[in-house]
Design a protein around this ligand. Structure first.
Ligand code: ZN
Length: 470
């Protein structure tokens, strides 16, 4: 998951420390089988430098076949000339579907991990002190294993008659741009697999207090879109002994400075507003108060100002563009012929690249500065939190974590959900796996996941999926 949750750094006090939650109950036999799937997945290296997604895919295929999935029920999809970037999709068909299906999606690639930097072998699953350790334990082989295990059990369950298709997609390429993104690839080349009503993805879990109490269950509903722009000034140049008034670097600097002062209009989306309403009282303090005030009145300028002073909340409130790269000139003794600034824009859903471009051009107000779209990502829309989606989430959360509020959140970073949302499939991030802020250390050293959180997440996701397809 390439993103920072909004609460990151705010709530977490201690990143280490024993949980005060009761230890996980010894599970059913199904839990042991699930744990084996999880272990196998973590222990197959699927990092870009030394690993292979296809190996994970083949292991999953073996399990699906053993469970009774036939060649019509699943497909291994390997992009041409990318033998290690494999994906697998599978489907349990409804006999008389009343609605389009539900997609259970998870990326199976992980970030590189170097044995010499880790305390334990990153590609061996260790269970110690209430945690599972290993690369991908948290991001996101836990949830991927939950999906695979659930598909297998549903397939084998006598009398399981879903009202709609249940579709699984375990895909590669979420963590790095060097690989083929599986979701994007399948949408382009095998789209019928994704003809579904909505998708469940990574992107949100639950938050524990410093002493291990469940504070809030999160559901990710929407994420910002990464669009890249370039500002460019060109000039015939000439000898540096003969400076001219028109100078590509000076013109570009002036334009870049204007962009640095640009603030896109604040958008307190319904998800923002609900997030602030739930989270404000939990956080308390100046920020918490400001959240509660904005939840009450989204035009409360004083409260908005407090939130905008925090980079995380500022990012959630509007489109941002920031200069990330600069290139100019070709020789120390020549007038610059070209100067460019790269802008990384994180755009609120519903805003098109053309709209951002127009705002940039208007802000710069100089026809000599050419604004172009380098990476186009469409506007898409934030997925609505309908009763159909929220009903089962609320019901199961009330059983498992009574009294714990549910906060929808929009992330400022991106997941694979962006491709599906662009394709019109509402995609929600939901795992039911609680952690303290930052404790999983996803992408970092000694990545880990609470044992209890994994098993609770499994129970939670199973109940929610069963309700969706009942
Ligand atoms: Zn991830």
């Amino acid at each position: 998951m390439r993103k920072a949750l909004l609460l990151a750094g705010i709530l977490g006090v201690s990143a280490i420390g024993a949980s005060t939650l009761a230890t996980a109950q010894p599970g059913d036999t199904g839990r042991a089988a699930f744990r084996q799937i999880y272990e196998e997945m973590v222990e197959i290296d699927s990092s870009p430098t030394t690993g292979s997604c296809t190996k994970v895919v083949r292991a999953a295929e073996t399990r699906l076949k053993a469970a009774g999935f036939t060649a019509q029920d699943y497909e291994v999809i390997i992009p041409p000339n990318k033998p290690d970037d494999g994906n697998i999709v599978a489907k349990i068909r409804a006999q008389n579907p009343t609605k389009k299906g539900v997609l259970l999606m998870g990326h199976i690639d992980v970030v590189d991990a170097r044995r010499e930097d880790w305390e334990r072998d990153p590609f061996t699953l260790f269970e110690e002190n209430g945690y599972f350790y290993g690369r991908g334990t948290a991001d996101m082989k836990g949830q991927a294993a939950v999906w695979l295990d659930l598909m297998i059990r549903l397939k084998q369950e006598a009398g399981f008659k879903p009202s709609r298709d249940v579709v699984l997609a375990l895909t590669c390429g979420e963590e790095t741009s060097n690989r083929v993104n599986g979701i994007d690839y399948i949408l382009t080349n095998h789209k019928p697999w994704f003809d579904v009503a909505f998708a469940l993805n990574e992107g949100a879990g639950g938050l524990l207090s410093a002493d291990g109490k469940a504070l809030v269950l999160q559901i990710q509903a929407g994420e910002k879109i990464h669009q890249v722009f370039e500002l460019e000034v060109t000039n015939p140049g000439g000898h540096s002994s003969r400076p001219m008034k028109e100078n590509a670097i000076y013109q570009l600097m002036a334009a870049t400075k204007k962009v640095s002062a640009l603030s896109f209009p604040v958008q307190v989306t319904p998800v923002n507003r609900e997030y602030f309403r739930i989270t404000g009282p939990i956080l308390g303090g100046e920020i918490g108060k400001a959240m509660s005030a904005v939840a009450k009145d989204p035009n409360d300028q004083a409260a908005l100002k407090v939130l905008q002073a925090d980079p995380s909340y500022n990012a959630s409130l509007h489109t941002t563009c920031v200069a990330t790269q600069l290139q100019a000139g070709h020789a120390p003794n020549a007038l610059p012929q070209r100067a460019t600034t790269t802008l990384s824009c994180r755009v609120m859903q519903g805003t098109t690249p053309e709209q951002v471009k127009a705002t940039l051009e208007e802000t710069i107000g100089d026809p000599n500065v050419k604004v172009s779209i380098v990476r186009r990502r469409e506007g898409s829309t934030a997925p609505p939190l309908t009763d159909e989606i929220m009903g089962p989430v609320k019901a199961q959360a009330a059983k498992m974590w009574p009294g714990v509020p549910i906060a929808p959140l929009m992330t400022a970073g991106a997941t694979d959900g962006r491709f599906l949302m662009n394709a019109g499939v509402p995609t929600y991030g939901l795992s039911g796996m609680f952690s303290k802020t930052g404790e999983n250390n996803a992408h970092g050293l000694n990545e880990k996941l609470r044992v209890q959180s994994l098993y609770e997440g499994r129970d939670f996701l199973e109940a929610v999926v069963r309700a969706y397809v009942k």
